[in-house]
Design a protein around this ligand. Structure first.
Ligand SMILES: NC(=O)c1ccc[n+]([C@@H]2O[C@H](COP(=O)([O-])OP(=O)(O)OC[C@H]3O[C@@H](n4cnc5c(N)ncnc54)[C@H](OP(=O)(O)O)[C@@H]3O)[C@@H](O)[C@H]2O)c1
Length: 399
């Protein structure tokens, strides 16, 4: 048992209030970004994973979910997960691209009146087929559309990162409370067998006293610019790789250590003259110090090849290495202790997507305690804010 282990509720209570918000934006105001900070339709992703025949009719208490934003993750991961879930189903789509929406809706057997646009979204309030909304929009739009969904009386499952600033997260939580509706964040690794096993192993002290955690979430982004990719637009993506990919390493460091950092030291890189990094950072390096004395080094980058996805925990009595650590599939995990190295195979990572959806339904239908509530999303966005404050000031920041 980790002596610094808090109960889950206490962990979130402590950490959701522990960091002061402060702007880190520097010289680039969000208003200067290239793409507008508003919901607009986009072309269909290069590959669409659509069902060959519509999913069978949902069971009696299945939760009807509207998916907002038919991009790569929405079409290829979220919708198949809702179709595979036991207690959820796709009940509507919300999109700014009518042709794409029609194709996707037909594949899921949805009626024409279950297709909404960003302009007529408010009408979803009167649609009893829809009890919840899954927000799969660019990250800078999460707050506004979560608030709109709550105003329409729906529950919300919102993709990571929850939003781009702590203030936005606080607004989202307040809106959910005012509407008396649930808010969950799409932290799929909390439903993924490898990460669940790793969390359990760390709680059991499988590597002894945790000394150091190292995470890498890196890849090299192909040529692009803010004119055609929201992921490099500050108003839609924040600082870039940390919110998008590095958030997995940050989360891993917290759920593997079972602690919140006391001190954060970070640096960012933003190479001049590269259109990919005109508005966002290329690389963020973060050093965390925990109350137990353990440390963590987190590397995330859009400009590193070959890319890596690693969580590596060194303890007094052993070492746990996950690589890839947080992917959609293909996880690999070894535990070295007592002179042996064991490869662990706790189950199919592919279940994470639909189990996350079923947990959301369990929360709404049965009042089950949320595993990834809005408060967890806020906690992480506050840490991200602190990381950028440290990098901007060149000083450690007390968390
Ligand atoms: N949990 C995970 O593993 C995971 C993985 C990938 C992404 N995500 C999260 O999911 C969200 C969406 O990511 P994605 O990869 O699906 O993005 P994407 O492929 O670019 O799709 C985003 C979709 O959002 C809609 N949209 C509305 N306003 C937009 C605007 N101003 N600019 C661009 N798109 C706009 C468009 O849908 P319509 O054309 O239908 O309007 C677009 O197709 C992000 O928050 C991301 O962090 C999570």
């Amino acid at each position: 048992m980790n002596p610094n282990h808090h109960s889950r509720r206490r962990f979130l209570q402590l950490t959701a209030t522990g960091l002061a918000a402060s702007p880190w934006l520097g010289p680039l105001a969000w208003a200067q970004s290239s793409l507008p900070r508003k919901a607009i339709g986009m072309p269909a992703p290069g590959r669409m994973n659509l069902p060959t025949s519509p999913p069978s009719a949902p069971s009696g208490d299945s939760l009807g979910v509207a998916v907002i934003g038919l991009g790569g993750y929405g079409i290829n991961r979220v919708m198949p997960a809702l179709a595979r879930a036991h207690r959820c189903h796709v009940a509507a789509v919300v999109s700014g691209n009518p042709e794409k929406a029609g194709t996707v809706a037909a594949a899921y057997g949805l009626a024409d009146d279950a297709i909404y646009s960003y302009d007529n979204f408010d009408a979803i309030a009167g649609d009893d087929r829809v009890e919840a909304v899954y927000v799969v929009l660019p990250s800078g739009l999460h707050a506004d559309w979560t608030e709109k969904a709550f105003a329409a009386g729906k529950h919300v499952l919102c993709e990571k990162p929850m939003a781009l600033t702590p203030a936005e997260c606080e607004r989202m939580i307040a809106a959910g409370k005012a509407a008396n509706r649930e808010l969950m964040i799409g932290y799929r690794c909390h439903f993924e067998p490898y990460n669940l096993r790793a969390m359990a192993l760390m709680r059991e002290g499988a590597v002894g006293k945790i000394q150091h955690i190292e995470t890498h979430q890196t890849y090299r982004m192909g040529p692009t610019s803010p004119a055609d990719n929201w992921r490099v637009v500050r108003s839609l993506a924040g600082g870039g790789p940390l919110e998008d990919y590095g958030i997995y390493g940050l989360q891993s460091a917290l759920y593997l250590s079972g602690e919140m950092p006391t001190t954060i030291t970070a640096t960012t890189e933003q190479p001049a003259g590269d259109p990919r990094f005109a508005e966002i950072f290329a690389t963020v390096r973060t050093h965390l110090e925990f109350p137990s004395g353990a440390t963590a080094d987190l590397l995330t980058s859009y400009d590193t090849a070959p890319g890596r996805n690693v969580a590596d925990v060194t303890g007094s009595d052993g070492r746990l290495i996950m690589e890839p650590a947080t992917g959609y599939s293909g996880q690999h995990m070894t535990l070295a202790r007592n002179g042996n190295t064991e490869t662990l195979d706790p189950g199919d990572p592919g279940v994470q997507f639909h189990r996350q959806c079923d947990h959301f339904a369990d929360v709404i239908r049965d009042g089950v305690t949320q595993i990834a509530p809005g408060e967890m999303g806020l906690r992480d966005v506050r840490l991200i804010d602190a990381i950028y404050r440290s990098a901007a000031s060149g000083q450690p920041v007390e968390a």
